[in-house]
Design a protein around this ligand. Structure first.
Ligand SMILES: N[C@@H](CCC(=O)N[C@@H](CS)C(=O)NCC(=O)O)C(=O)O
Length: 203
């Protein structure tokens, strides 16, 4: 299996899970700066022209969340559980995509990516709305995590990796986390995982 990635927020989830599970993947770096994600060969793997992509023979899977679940199944691991927890994990994956990392990802783009790609300063109007949305959803997450170790049940799941994704860039993305101690405690546990802290192959 080949895992196409670059060192950004969405591939981070797939790469971290691959590393955590020691999945038998060959990491293939896609240089977004050089437009490799728009080459016809890459678009044949993912017509969206985005990373990550997992390729196995003539089959390819895109969407980081789906890749995490697939890698868990291949490893017969429990990150994507197949019991009553699965619906809870799906709840958090959906909530994350629609709300939490949607606003966290906007702040990541405005404050972390734009300056690095020479795209100018953050748009204050966009950042203000995203900060308000992030804060509102962080409040919900913080309350959920107050007496929990992980998002679902008593063990790590793909939901933890998904919801953690923007938090890996908390400082540079200016995520307002100071008033959310339960999120900070939970994230410190995720960040303790070498696979999460250091998910990408050395260049
Ligand atoms: N929903 C997709 C989003 C993937 C995505 O946006 N990837 C970014 C890197 S973080 C990308 O490839 N961007 C290139 C582009 O949109 O031109 C997923 O979760 O895999």
């Amino acid at each position: 299996m080949k895992l196409y990635y670059c060192e950004t927020i969405n591939p981070r989830k797939a790469c971290a899970v691959a590393r955590y599970l020691r999945s038998p993947v060959e990491f293939v770096r896609v240089d977004l700066g050089r437009g490799e994600h728009r080459h016809p060969e890459f678009l044949a793997l993912n017509p969206n022209g985005k990373v990550p992509v997992l390729q196995s023979g003539d089959w390819s899977l895109w969407e980081a969340n789906a890749i995490m679940c697939y890698l868990s199944d291949v490893a017969k691991a429990d990150l994507w559980p197949h019991d009553a927890r699965q619906i809870e994990v799906m709840r958090w994956l959906s909530w994350d995509a629609q709300h939490f990392t949607r606003s966290g990802g906007t702040l990541y783009f405005e404050y972390h990516i734009k300056p690095r790609l020479g795209m100018g300063a953050a748009d204050p109007a966009v950042a203000t709305v995203a900060t308000a949305n992030f804060t509102a959803h962080a409040r919900i997450l913080d309350a959920h995590l107050r007496d929990r170790t992980f998002l679902v049940g008593n063990s790590l799941s793909v939901a933890d990796f998904a919801v953690a994704s923007a938090l890996a860039y908390a400082d540079s993305a200016k995520l307002p986390l100071a008033e959310f101690p339960a999120i900070q405690r939970w994230y410190a546990r995720i960040d303790d995982l070498p696979a999460w802290r250091d998910p990408f192959p050395a260049q």
